[in-house]
Write a protein that binds this ligand. Structure first.
Ligand code: KG4
Ligand code: ZN
Length: 343
């Protein structure tokens, strides 16, 4: 079964083709991505209207590219999957509209996919693949969640952020340091040049005894420290603050994840979402895994952030698990706010 995946929830247009034969492992045939970083850079963040318009421009050329790379034709596509939410309403509508139009024109079923389920299952695009059940740390721009994943579609929420997401903490700290958008990778780069013990920053909820997170206070602490440096912080002070902010975020993520691993007794951890690309987070989780004897699975580095491959993969896995409620024509909707799992 040839599955087309379309992702347009935020600032990346992604298209991919996955081949899923019977119950065999779905295989990524090709994927293409257009990042809107340059488009939004000047504004210091994503401008929703510009994002939607750019998705309109990009999707069809990306689709042509993917079909060419995979050596397939449009009429061979058997299922059209797309991100239904969560995300920016206008941006989601572009992907949903294109997917539903393709489905109608090709007379093929469509399948709306949850963006976070795409992230959660993205390590199945790598090798070796994880095996159910596992603990998942989902760290994207808008979500920070620990989950017990029993199987496809069976997601038990263990803990989540009560305010800002880890990605937001990276982005907001970066903005305070004048690093612009996208903040996470920029802060991580600056942090490489700083000392992670130069200034004391809080580790919110570190000892709360549960698996919830809180990152809003960290942003305030970064702001206060920055002001303490006076009107013109030196490059060293800025790099130190970046290193300390990154260390604070990563420390909390790692501590809570280790607690979840211990509580669950499961031998596998999956880390997914944009912050999963962070090198310090990966190093610390890998070191802890080696010490404690569990295995960590990440998606391939270029598939940590948003992409169409994870949407096609999640769709293929839902079909194989007998969970897909494929649609045929009719009206459709997007779900800008949509929880993946309940506790
Ligand atoms: O999963 P994602 O691409 O989009 C959402 O679904 O939100 O995650 C984007 C988030 C942003 O907050 C971005 O700053 C962060 O992931 N991010 C990183 C890194 N790469 C992306 N944060 C820290 N270190 C990185 N290397
Ligand atoms: Zn995402």
């Amino acid at each position: 079964m040839l599955v087309l995946g379309i992702e347009t929830s935020c600032d990346e247009s992604g298209v991919a083709l996955v081949d899923a034969a019977g119950q065999g492992r779905p295989r990524l045939l090709a994927h293409a991505l257009h990042s809107q970083v340059k488009l939004h850079e000047a504004y210091g963040g994503v401008v929703p209207e510009l994002a939607s318009r750019d998705h309109v421009r990009r999707i069809v050329p990306l689709l042509r590219q993917v079909l060419g790379d995979a050596g397939r034709t449009l009429d061979q596509v058997e299922l059209v999957a797309y991100t239904q939410g969560p995300g920016l309403a206008g941006a989601l509508l572009v992907g949903a509209g294109v997917a539903e139009a393709l489905g109608a024109a090709l007379q093929r079923p469509t399948l709306p996919v949850h963006h976070l389920e795409g992230h959660l299952l993205s390590p199945f695009l790598g090798s070796p693949q994880p095996r159910f059940p596992f603990v998942a740390l989902l760290v994207s721009g808008g979500h920070t969640q620990l989950m017990r994943v029993h199987g496809v579609g069976r997601y038990e929420l263990l803990g989540e952020t009560i305010d800002d997401a880890a990605g937001e903490a990276f982005d907001k700290s970066a903005k305070l340091l004048g690093l612009g958008y996208p903040g996470g990778p920029a802060l991580a780069r600056l942090a490489e040049q700083g000392r992670d013990d130069a200034v004391a920053l809080p580790r919110p909820l570190l000892h709360s005894g549960d698996l919830d997170f809180s990152f809003a206070g960290l942003k305030t602490a970064v702001m206060t420290r920055l002001r303490g440096f006076g009107p013109a912080p030196t490059p060293t002070q800025r790099a130190d603050l970046a290193a300390c902010a990154q260390a604070a975020i990563v420390d909390v993520l790692v501590a809570k994840t280790l607690r979840a691993m211990k509580d669950s007794g499961l031998p596998q951890l999956v880390v997914a979402g944009g912050v999963g690309a962070n090198r310090r987070l990966r190093q610390q989780l890998d070191a802890a895994a080696a010490r404690r004897g569990f295995v960590v699975h990440y998606p391939p580095l270029d598939l940590c952030t948003d992409n169409g491959a994870m949407i096609a993969m999640a769709a293929a896995m839902r079909v194989q698990a007998g969970l897909a409620q494929a649609r045929r024509g009719g009206s459709f909707e997007v779900r800008p706010r949509w929880p993946l799992a309940q506790g």
